[in-house]
Design a protein around this ligand. Structure first.
Ligand code: PMT
Length: 409
């Protein structure tokens, strides 16, 4: 995907600098050439020799090197690249970029470039959330600098939270998204898709569930992955296989499904195609409820399940940029779905008729209506895979990145 593309990789000084080595390998596997600029602080974490060995090119560090300036020149370094990648992008280099400093080779190249720049921040969680860093990142975003990450997780400083540099594979995907946008328009985007039914235990052997097969949700997860998204599929119990090329988390109940969605961390896209049970047993029995002669049937008290779609749609910093729900209706399909979109607070809702006569549950085809703030689109009856590809294409367009077919039109 990156054949012939030239990446100038700026390695700044953070513990995550070791991941730059893996990033070079990933980029070269994809056909890119990589040239490195190493800051003085970066050289405390990785050696120029390692970068040189993996990139099979010289490593540039010194702004005042007579040899480098006569052979290459700091302006030429950025001219010769298709993309500049700062990984790790420390609080220090982000501040220097935002302030327009040119106090070393890396900062000078970044100031002198007219090429796109992707930054992969990596720093302590308090540094990342500090008002100064927040303001610097905002300034850089407004100037068109692209960002990937940081991810949440345990950090070298024994703290937990956002600040871990994205993994090399994620950064390589984001680079592809920038340099080959029509091929993988959702590269660099993280998505969660829910699929299948949930099972709500009545006792250890009985449960409440529904007929969802997972075919529609799994197809959507695959379609998003095919367009380059990093997808976590949260699947209820189904008999179909896990799709390749993405992460599948298996759950039983709605509570588990919600927890798995939240555990996926910061995401850009959520598609809730699962048929989540609206209610669960208020007090599931710890052992099998015995049927005894002459005994009246036991009554079952229900309590509401958490609403996963409504939870993910809640406004706030963690809200995905795009939340898509499904509406399974047996009557007044479009009117009920419009109402559901508003009640749940999602951006789009895909309405489908699940009357038994239509055969949507478990079937191969689906007739849907895509409902957004701008109106209702009626789609023809399509195979579930086609519905999925169409929806994924619309999602890519929403992020301003038309997939190949649309790009060629
Ligand atoms: O799995 P298949 O056999 O391929 O069938 C596909 C499908 C019919 C299951 C799918 O296309 C579909 O319509 N999924 C949504 C089913 C559903 O639960 O619809 P609903 O109208 O009850 O819920 C509306 C939305 O809220 C859905 O996005 C649902 O995932 C979500 N929800 C509902 C209840 C709840 N407690 N939490 C939720 O997140």
């Amino acid at each position: 995907m990156l054949k012939g593309k030239r990446i100038l990789l700026i390695v700044a000084g953070g513990i995550a600098a070791f991941k730059a080595l893996e990033l070079i390998r990933r980029l070269r596997e994809r056909g890119a050439s990589v040239r490195c600029v190493l800051t003085d602080a970066g050289a405390k974490f990785v050696t120029p020799l390692s970068l040189q060995a993996l990139s099979e090119d010289r490593v540039y560090s010194d702004m005042f090197s007579l040899t480098d300036e006569s052979e290459m020149g700091h302006i030429q370094l950025s001219r010769d690249a298709d993309l500049l990648v700062v990984a790790p992008a420390t609080a220090n280099i982000l501040a220097r970029m935002a302030g327009g400093l040119a106090d070393d080779l890396a900062a000078t190249v970044l100031l002198a470039t007219d090429k796109p720049v992707l930054a992969a921040p990596a720093m302590n969680v308090r540094m990342w959330t500090h008002a100064a860093t927040v303001a610097n990142v905002e300034t850089l975003r407004q100037r068109g600098i692209h960002f990937i990450g940081p991810n949440d997780g345990a950090m070298a400083c024994n703290e937990f939270g956002p600040g871990r540099m994205s993994e090399p594979e994620e950064i390589a995907d984001a680079i592809e998204g920038l340099l080959a946008p029509a091929e993988r328009p959702l590269a660099g985007k993280r998505a969660v898709v829910t699929s299948g039914p949930t099972r709500e235990a009545i006792d250890p052997v009985r449960y409440i569930s529904n007929h969802s097969s997972g075919k529609q949700g799994h197809a959507i997860a695959s379609a998003l992955a095919a367009l380059g998204a990093d997808v976590t599929l949260v699947s209820g119990p189904v008999s179909i296989a896990d799709p390749p090329g993405l992460t599948t988390v298996h759950v039983d109940s709605a509570d588990q499904m919600l927890a798995a969605c939240l555990a996926a961390g910061r995401i850009d896209i959520a598609v809730c195609a699962a048929a989540v049970a609206d209610w669960k047993a208020a007090r599931p029995a710890g052992s099998k409820i015995k049927k005894k002669a002459g005994m009246a049937p036991p009554s079952l008290e229900l309590t509401p399940n958490p609403d996963i779609l409504a939870t993910l749609s809640k406004p706030g910093q963690q809200r995905p940029a795009l939340v898509v729900g499904f509406a399974a209706e047996t009557e007044n399909l479009v009117a009920n779905a419009i109402d559901k979109r508003q009640r749940k607070g999602c951006d789009w809702i895909v309405a489908n008729d699940v009357s038994p006569a239509v055969g949507t549950f478990g079937g191969e085809r689906n007739t849907v209506h895509l409902i957004s703030a701008s109106g209702v689109e009626d789609w023809p009856t399509l195979a579930k895979g086609e519905v999925a590809m169409r929806l994924a294409g619309r999602i890519a367009l929403h992020f301003g990145r038309p997939p190949k077919a649309e790009a060629a039109e």
